[in-house]
Design a protein around this ligand. Structure first.
Ligand code: GLV
Ligand code: MN
Ligand code: MN
Length: 398
């Protein structure tokens, strides 16, 4: 089965007929279908499949002669953001399987195991913690903390995992024998377009975080309450969103309020509460802390003018990641690929922070659009990515 055939297999899974975007949240039927698909295509290739108690998966291509050499791991994720694109995640998984096909067709025999991994809840779209699967596998988060997280419907993560037939007490994947990790990913910007190349290598991931802003006010009648008598948390939120945009522009960093909940959410009432989630990303950990501080401070100042209250809670923070520079240089030399930074988070960042030498390959995205149904990559570039990954795995597994 070719790359194109695998890509077609995934086309309709979790796809919205309205937007054409994907809803592949973890521990839902769409994600179970993707997990079953991964099992089917990897087992059909004679790979040795492991699925852990959270739903993380690895399919192993073992050398003919048993080897104690550290393994090469590649892969990505199959979950999506809400109404996401087809490429973010699945491109890395499908390319990894296709790269094994390419290597086999070339007659290549690995000297060390090559694994294709799928980490669950990479986007944190359901339980709010980015890269949950890889965090648990590397021990940077614990199951005891994670299981208490709730989704938007109030369902505990522990219950969602159990309801999908998985049991974390059966254990999690072990990365003990893994010597390096390479994640191929669609580029989520326009750097490669500007450079007119199909493939790039990552240098670093900007630190980033998600912060919950709770604005408390007083519910009241939208008609009879004089403007000067209101304690309107929507107003405080609106001014805070403007401040976030301004502060990020001034500092040449990134800040986004992409999610908001309003109570009671009625047209003819001043709201009692607004909860908004800030996504902030900066070129250094200090810059991130300063940006979030500046936005929180301006929000609190505005709250005191509005008679409202603001509290800020960090829900998911990922520190700065510098990928192994020797590995990046040696992979870039394979195809004279440029080495570029990214502002997007990845499981590769978590594995790198856990001390595993890690690299990323990016595949050109002609518009740069991502986390959107419009995310796209040309098939020729996807196939160039598969060849690049095959060359990379051949170099690392020899
Ligand atoms: C994940 O793709 C993120 O950057 O939030
Ligand atoms: Mn993403
Ligand atoms: Mn991704």
């Amino acid at each position: 089965m070719t790359f194109e055939a695998m890509w077609r297999d995934l086309h309709s899974v979790g796809r919205s007929a309205t937007s054409g975007g994907y809803f592949r949240q973890p521990w839902t039927s769409a994600e179970s279908e993707l997990r079953a698909w991964f099992a089917e295509v990897t087992v059909a290739r004679g790979l040795e499949l492991e699925t852990d108690g959270m739903g993380n998966q690895v399919a192993w291509w073992r050398p003919v002669a048993p080897s104690d050499l550290p393994a090469v791991l590649t892969g990505s994720h199959l979950d999506s953001v809400l109404d996401g694109g087809a490429y973010d995640g699945p491109l890395g998984v499908v390319s990894a399987i296709a790269a094994i096909d390419v290597l086999r067709a070339r007659g290549f025999e690995p000297d060390r195991p090559i694994g294709v991994s799928v980490f669950t809840e990479e986007e944190g779209s359901r339980f709010g913690l980015a890269c949950l699967g890889s965090r648990l596998v590397t021990g940077s988060s614990t199951w005891e903390e994670a299981r208490e997280r709730r989704d938007r419907d109030g369902i505990f993560l522990g219950d969602a995992v159990a309801a999908s037939g998985l049991d974390p007490s059966t254990g999690l994947l072990s990365l003990d024998g893994v010597g390096c990790f390479v994640e191929l990913h669609v580029e989520q910007g326009r750097d490669l377009v500007d450079r007119d190349v199909a493939v790039g290598v990552a240098s670093e991931i900007w630190p980033h975080g998600r912060y919950r802003f709770d604005f408390e006010g007083e519910a009241n009648h939208a008609g009879t309450t004089r403007m000067e008598d209101r304690r309107d948390p929507m107003l405080t939120y609106a001014m805070t969103a403007l401040a976030a945009n301004k502060q990020a522009r001034l500092a040449e960093q990134r800040a986004t309020f992409g999610r908001i909940e309003v109570a009671p959410n009625g047209t003819n009432a001043v709201p009692s509460r607004v909860t908004a989630w800030l996504d902030a990303r900066c070129e250094s950990d200090d810059a991130l802390a300063e940006l979030v501080d500046a936005i929180s401070r301006q929000g609190s100042e505005r709250a005191s003018l509005d008679g409202t209250q603001l509290s800020v809670t960090a829900e998911s923070v990922s520190g700065s990641v510098a990928f192994d520079p020797d590995l990046a240089r040696s992979l870039a030399a394979i195809g004279d690929w440029p080495i570029i930074p990214t502002q997007a988070g990845h499981d590769a960042g978590i594995l790198s922070a856990a001390g595993i030498p890690t690299a990323m390959l990016f595949v050109r995205n002609p518009t740069g659009v991502s986390h959107s149904p419009d995310e796209f990559a040309e098939m020729a570039d996807c196939l160039a990515g598969v060849e690049a990954l095959a060359d990379t795995l051949a170099k690392l597994a020899s």
